[in-house]
Ligand binder design. Structure first.
Ligand code: UDP
Length: 328
């Protein structure tokens, strides 16, 4: 199989590519390098391009005789999506449509899509199962849900089969310490705490401690990026063998508050982390915890890094060995 990975040079994408290397598949990464890093995908076939460039997409599909797509290229920040919705509708929906149209025109039948827990909004019950109501509280989640609706219609009309993977909070780094999380600016909780541990930042701001949770801070379900990556391969294999679309949650099934995550970083790194409570971040739901029973049962997915401690240990290995990230 020839697989096109959009956003393959990004944080999650590069870990997906790492897991694909060594399988029977050929991998082609398509990335505009706005957030991705060339060094994260050393030795992999690479096309530098943006999904808004339909011509380049068509050319790439043909040149590499693409059979399947793993689509991760997107903007993914809750806060930014509320301040600049135009960017999110344009990049996540319009540019994504170019990809789907190119797939239709080039007879590419399978797509694994990186969706998000943000499609659920404030969930009706915890842990969240795939049949929970979808009612996003932020623009980011809304764009991902819109794309899921488009996928459903493209399946009905054009026979494109999809797997939508609704990620909870991707975290950690490859066990080798060779690839990991490097955003600029960094907005995610764990890498920001790492920056405090490394002395690159004075303190971490806790976005709200007046939520209806055990310690008042938001609760999230952190899933190791390699476990997440492996789910993409299982999803692709299932598409090829069963030719059937599906939607799966991906999380660890356990929630940790912002304070608990900070405490765990202190434990793993041995550094003390200065913290200060600031206001809530718009669009943040109080609690997001996944039920991943469906993917465990149906696809045999099995997380290896099943504790927050293990996840943070791998993150610390990456950040402490690469304090400036990929340093391009
Ligand atoms: N968070 C925080 N301070 C920060 C960054 C994040 O308190 O500097 C909180 C955020 O409000 C959320 C959790 O940490 O409840 C995880 O946020 P992140 O941005 O890592 O992921 P998201 O949940 O938005 O996908």
């Amino acid at each position: 199989m020839n697989i096109l990975v959009t956003g393959g040079a990004g944080y999650i994408g590069s870990h997906v590519v790492r897991e694909l290397i060594g399988t029977k598949n050929n991998v082609v990464v398509f990335d505009n390098l706005q957030k991705g890093h060339r060094d994260a995908i050393k030795g992999v076939t690479f096309v530098e391009g943006d999904l808004n460039n339909k011509e380049l997409l068509d050319k790439t599909m043909k040149k590499y005789d693409i059979d399947s797509v793993i689509h991760l290229a997107a903007d993914s920040l809750v806060g930014e999506s509320m301040e600049n919705p135009s960017k999110y509708y344009t990049n996540n929906v319009c540019s994504g449509l170019n990809l789907l149209n190119s797939m239709v025109e080039n007879n590419v039948k399978y797509i694994v899509f990186s969706s998000t827990a943000a499609v659920y909004g404030e969930p009706k019950s915890i842990p969240i199962t795939e049949d929970n109501e979808t009612k996003p509280t932020n623009v980011y989640g809304e764009t991902k849900l819109m794309f899921e609706s488009i996928l459903k219609r493209y399946d009905e009309a054009y026979g494109i089969k999809y797997m939508s993977l609704r990620y909870f909070n991707a975290a950690g780094a490859h066990i080798s310490g060779e690839i990991g999380e490097d955003h600029n600016p960094e907005t995610h909780l764990i890498p920001i705490i790492m920056q405090v541990a490394l002395g690159q930042r004075e303190k971490i701001f806790i976005f709200g401690d007046d939520y209806d949770t055990k310690d008042g801070t938001c609760i999230r379900d952190y899933i190791h990026v390699t476990d997440l990556a492996n789910a993409h391969i299982l999803a692709l294999e299932a598409l090829e063998s069963e030719n059937k679309s599906n939607i799966y949650n991906l999380g660890n099934g356990e929630g940790f508050s912002v304070r608990e995550v900070i405490d765990m970083v202190e434990k793993v790194t041995g550094k003390s982390i200065t913290r200060e409570v600031s206001g809530r971040r718009p669009g943040d739901p109080a609690v997001l915890i996944a039920s991943s029973e469906k993917i465990i049962k149906e696809l045999g997915w099995k997380p290896r890094f099943d504790s927050l401690e293990k996840i943070i240990e791998t993150a610390w290995k990456w950040h402490s060995n690469n304090p400036k990230g990929y340093d391009e």
